[in-house]
Design a protein around this ligand. Structure first.
Ligand code: PLP
Length: 458
């Protein structure tokens, strides 16, 4: 059965169709770093699912209704009502994107030297913990380390390890659960795990927050995989998840299905007051938080659409379909397939490339050269430890490539095209060259580094 996208197309945007010689030139000009490519160089863009989704007709209409009043705009109250119905939290603040909420919450809540414990911190989340002198501690469950097993909830936190830290000498200031676990391959967190975390945090008197960028996709996977949730709607599951926590930070560029926006929501009135001061000083007044009225109205509508089972079912099916196409070509991906991305196992496909030749980056660039597909490496280029000359001190545990799927943007035929390009590369993987780092900045390496291909020694 084809995946029938539960919408039809009303506005179209042409995508660039390029030739291999064009792409070879473009990539050389970009210093063999796909972050330096421009939109006109890219045919299918799977670099990120953040802020890249397509708006619905109802969202566009809501945008027109946007009220650009400085304080107390009607758009804010429409946004607040939807978020409050979904989360049950009392104090609701819009922010310009997820990291704005992280900075405000952590600055208001964490003290230097305190520990923030998580299943896995997203990179900006970790940076915002560390920037105030606190420690970001990741405790992913054991099952997450096996990329091939079909364990349904590899996003779970290791409960025994969490309990040990909470009972130990460390001063834990916050427990933060990322749903779905983006840094951990987009794997979901079970409701059972969230319930246990909530009870542990309460027992030890530590605030418990959700990093809820993909709350709806997590809820969908709970309805699909967790016993007892098959007959409950994704929206109801999401409500139950929010009810277990003291509040959330969220990038609404993901499951808000808008181009910009974020959320900070919490219960504690005293903490809310401190956050509100920072919000006003650095994001904007409490009824807009750095967003336009039209953004708030489009968000209110997006947050209703994103929990629709027909939408979530088709999105999850599309991602699984792409993973199947890769598998048919002999290219493995992280199992079980999540919703927002397929993580290809480049290390396994390209065993002729050692970690210092960046097999994940090499596969990502090959997808570009062969088909104009842009995606990102999650391997030693991103996570490995290099010395100043670019020598690999400690490689990443895995060499992966993330194909992130924008929401409601690509159809089944686009995914079939991507699948064919992957299968073509897998027919002769030894032809894929490795890369050498020629410039590595001290910070934010993936965005700014430059590389060059290394000719094969035979
Ligand atoms: C994207 C993301 C963030 C950061 O949000 P921005 O809107 O990009 O600032 C934080 N946490 C998770 C899990 C994310 O996926």
């Amino acid at each position: 059965m084809p995946i029938m996208e539960p919408y039809r197309i009303k506005v179209v945007e042409p995508i660039p169709i390029t030739t291999r010689p064009y792409r070879e030139l473009a990539l050389a000009r970009a210093g063999y770093n796909q972050f330096n490519l421009t939109a006109q160089d890219v045919t299918i863009d799977l670099l990120s699912d953040s802020g890249t989704g397509a708006l619905s007709a109802e969202q566009q209409a809501a945008g027109i209704r946007g009220d650009e009043t400085y304080a107390g705009s009607r758009s804010f109250f429409r946004f607040r009502d939807v978020v409050s119905e979904l989360t049950g939290y009392e104090h609701i603040y819009p922010v310009h994107q997820g990291r704005g909420a992280e900075r405000i919450l952590f600055t208001s809540l964490l003290k230097p030297g305190q520990v923030c414990v998580s299943n896995t911190h997203f990179d900006t989340t970790r940076a915002n913990v560390e920037i105030i002198g606190a420690v970001a501690l990741d405790l992913p469950c054991e099952e997450s380390k096996d990329l091939d097993s079909d364990h349904p909830f590899k996003g779970d936190v290791d409960l025994a390890a969490l309990e040990a830290v909470l009972a130990g000498p460390e001063d834990v200031g916050l427990v933060l659960m990322t749903i779905t676990n983006n840094g951990g391959g987009g794997q979901p967190v079970s409701m059972a795990n969230l319930e246990a975390v909530s009870a542990l945090a309460r027992k030890h008197g530590v605030p418990f927050f959700l990093d809820a960028a993909r709350f709806a996709e997590n809820a969908w996977l709970v309805t699909e995989r967790e016993p007892g949730y098959g007959d409950i709607t994704p929206r109801e599951v999401a409500r139950k998840a929010f009810a277990l926590a003291d509040g959330c930070v969220a990038s609404l560029k993901k499951d808000g299905i808008v181009h910009i926006g974020g959320l900070l929501a919490l219960r504690d009135p005293e903490l809310a007051q401190r956050c509100e001061l920072l919000l006003t000083a650095t994001e904007g007044f409490r009824t807009y938080g750095g967003l336009a009225g039209r953004d708030l109205d489009m968000l209110a509508q997006g947050l209703l659409e994103v929990t629709e089972p027909t939408y979530l079912r088709a999105r999850a099916a599309a991602t699984a379909y792409l993973a199947d196409l890769a598998q048919q070509g002999g290219v493995h991906s992280v199992r079980p397939t999540g919703v927002h991305a397929v993580y290809l196992n480049a290390g396994r496909l390209l065993p002729h490339l050692p970690s210092e030749r960046f097999p994940g980056h090499a596969l990502a660039l090959e997808l570009y050269l062969a088909g104009g597909i842009r995606c990102a490496e999650v391997g030693s280029l991103y996570l490995g430890e290099l010395d100043e000359d670019g020598t690999m001190l400690k490689p990443a545990p895995y060499e992966l490539v993330r194909l992130a799927i924008p929401r409601r943007v690509y159809t089944q035929s686009h995914l079939e095209y991507v699948g064919e390009v992957i299968q073509g590369i897998a027919k002769d993987p030894e032809r894929v060259p490795g890369y050498r780092m020629v410039y590595a900045p001290p910070l934010l390496r993936p965005f700014n580094c430059k590389l060059e291909p290394v000719a094969h020694q035979s």
